[in-house]
Design a protein around this ligand. Structure first.
Ligand code: NAD
Ligand code: IPM
Ligand code: MN
Length: 357
C-alpha cells in the first residue's frame, strides 16, 4: 500500500499560549507538507476557556464530532485563571475530548538533549544518555471517578478496571520491545487498592513479553529516582494522576516544560490527540515568547502515529534538532528567540538535511 498524502487535521488551539504554539507548529507542518507533496486540510475550533466564552461550554458536540471524523487532533492548551471558582472549567473540555475519543494511552517521550545541557537544573553526568518514554493511562482513575463537592465535604473516586489497565500495559510493553526492553510500572500498591489491581494485571501482561524486563516502583520513590538516576528508566508505565505529576517533573531533564510532547492514542485506526505536556502558561501568554518545540514535536508524533508518515515525522524532528543545535532558543531555555523565529527557522530546515542555514 502506498503512503497516504491527504489528511484532515483538527486544530484546537485553546487558551493562553495555546494559539501561539499551535500557530508555530502549523507553520512547520505546512513546510513539511510542501516539501513532501502532501496535503493537510485543517479545521480549527475553540476548546477550553475560548469555547466557554464563545458558546458557554468547554467543548461542543460539533467539535467532538469533527474530532472523530479527523485523522488526528493537534491541541495547544486549555485553562485560564478567569475561570477559577466558576462552575464550568476549561480543563473539562480536554477531559471530555480524551474520553470521547477513547485515547487511553498517553505517550510522553523525555530525553536529555545535549544541546540544552545548560537549561536543565540537573548535573550533566546525571543526564547522560537519558531517554525515557512515560506511558500514562489517560481515560480512567481519579480524574474520571464520581465527584462530590459543596459544603464541608468533597470526594473524588479513584476507579480502575482490569481491561483499562491491561490495554495501556500492552502499549507500554509493545513500546519497550522496540526500545531498551525495560518497563518500570509505577504505583502506590502499599496503600491503594487500585494500585494492587494495577500491579497484578501488569504482571499478567508481562508474561506475554518475556524479553521485556519488568520492575515495580512506588510512586514516591519513583519521583526521587527520576532526578537521582533518570538513566535507570526506559518505559515508565503508570496511572493517570501519577503520570501527570511525574511527567512535569521529568520536564526538568531536558530543562523546560516547553520541550515535552505527547501522543494520546486509542484503538488502532481511531484519531489520536497530539499536544504539548505543558499548560496554557498564562504568565507568559500573548508575549510571543512561548517555546513551540513541544508542540512541533507533537506534530511530528502525529505524522508518525496517526498519519502513517514516519518520513515526514523524521524531517520535522531533524529540523528541531538543527534548531536546538543552532541555539534557536526561547527564554525558558536561556535564549532570546521568539516563538515565531523558532518556527520560521525550523520550517526553513525541513528537508535541508544536516545543514544549518
Ligand atoms: P503551565 O504548564 O501552563 O506552566 C508552568 C510553568 O511553565 C509556567 O512558568 C510557564 O510559563 C512555563 N511554561 C509552560 N509551557 C511553556 C512553554 N511552552 N514555553 C515557555 N514556558 C512554558 O502550568 P500551570 O501554570 O500550572 O497551569 C496553567 C493553566 O494551564 C491551568 O489552567 C492548567 O489547568 C492548564 N494546563 C493545561 C494543560 C493542557 O491543556 N494539556 C496542561 C497543564 C496545565
Ligand atoms: C496535562 C494537563 C491535564 C491533565 C489537565 C489540563 C486536564 O495537566 O495534560 O498534563 O491533568 O491531564
Ligand atoms: Mn499535566
Amino acid at each position: 500500500m502506498s503512503a497516504r498524502d491527504q489528511f484532515d487535521v483538527l486544530l484546537l488551539p485553546g487558551d493562553g499560549i495555546g494559539p501561539e504554539v499551535v500557530g508555530a507548529a502549523r507553520r512547520v507542518m505546512d513546510a513539511a507538507a510542501e516539501h513532501f507533496g502532501v496535503e493537510v486540510r485543517y479545521e480549527e475550533r475553540p476548546i477550553g476557556g475560548a469555547a466557554i466564552r464563545e458558546a458557554g461550554e468547554p467543548v461542543s458536540d460539533e467539535t467532538l464530532e469533527t474530532a472523530r471524523a479527523s485523522d488526528a487532533v493537534l491541541l495547544g492548551a486549555v485553562g485560564h485563571p478567569d475561570f477559577d471558582g466558576g462552575s464550568v472549567r476549561p480543563e473539562a473540555g480536554l477531559l471530555k475530548l480524551r474520553k470521547s475519543l477513547g485515547v487511553f494511552a498517553n505517550l510522553r517521550p523525555v530525553a536529555a538533549i545535549p544541546a540544552l545541557a545548560g537549561a536543565s537544573t540537573l548535573k550533566p553526568e546525571v543526564l547522560d544518555g537519558v531517554d525515557i518514554l512515560v506511558v500514562r493511562e489517560l481515560t480512567g482513575g481519579i480524574y474520571f471517578g464520581e465527584k462530590e463537592e459543596g459544603g464541608d465535604y468533597a470526594s473524588d473516586l479513584c476507579e480502575y478496571r482490569r481491561e483499562e489497565v491491561e490495554r495501556v500495559a500492552r502499549v507500554a510493553f509493545e513500546s519497550a520491545r522496540r526500545r531498551k526492553r525495560r518497563v518500570t510500572s509505577v504505583d502506590k500498591a502499599n496503600i491503594l487498592a487500585t494500585s494492587r489491581l494495577w500491579r497484578g494485571v501488569v504482571e499478567e501482561v508481562a508474561r506475554d513479553y518475556p524479553e521485556v524486563e519488568l520492575d515495580h516502583v512506588l510512586v514516591d520513590a519513583a519521583a526521587m529516582f527520576l532526578i537521582r538516576d533518570p538513566g535507570r528508566f526506559d518505559v515508565i508505565l503508570t496511572e493517570n494522576m501519577f503520570g501527570d505529576i511525574l511527567s512535569d517533573e521529568a520536564a526538568m531533564l531536558p530543562g523546560s516544560m516547553g520541550m515535552l510532547a505527547s501522543a494520546s492514542l486509542g484503538e488502532p485506526g481511531s484519531p489520536g490527540v497530539y499536544e504539548p505536556v505543558h499548560g496554557s502558561a498564562p504568565d507568559i501568554a500573548g508575549r510571543g515568547v512561548a517555546n513551540p518545540y513541544a508542540t512541533i514535536i507533537s506534530a511530528a508524533m502525529m505524522f508518525r502515529h496517526s498519519l502513517g508518515r514516519p518520513d515526514v515525522a523524521e524531517s520535522i524532528e531533524q529540523g528541531v534538532s538543527t534548531g536546538l543545535e543552532a541555539h534557536y532558543l526561547t527564554p525558558d531555555l536561556g535564549g532570546n528567540k521568539s516563538t515565531e523565529e523558532v518556527a520560521g527557522a525550523v520550517s526553513r530546515w525541513i528537508g535541508a538535511g544536516e545543514g544549518v542555514a
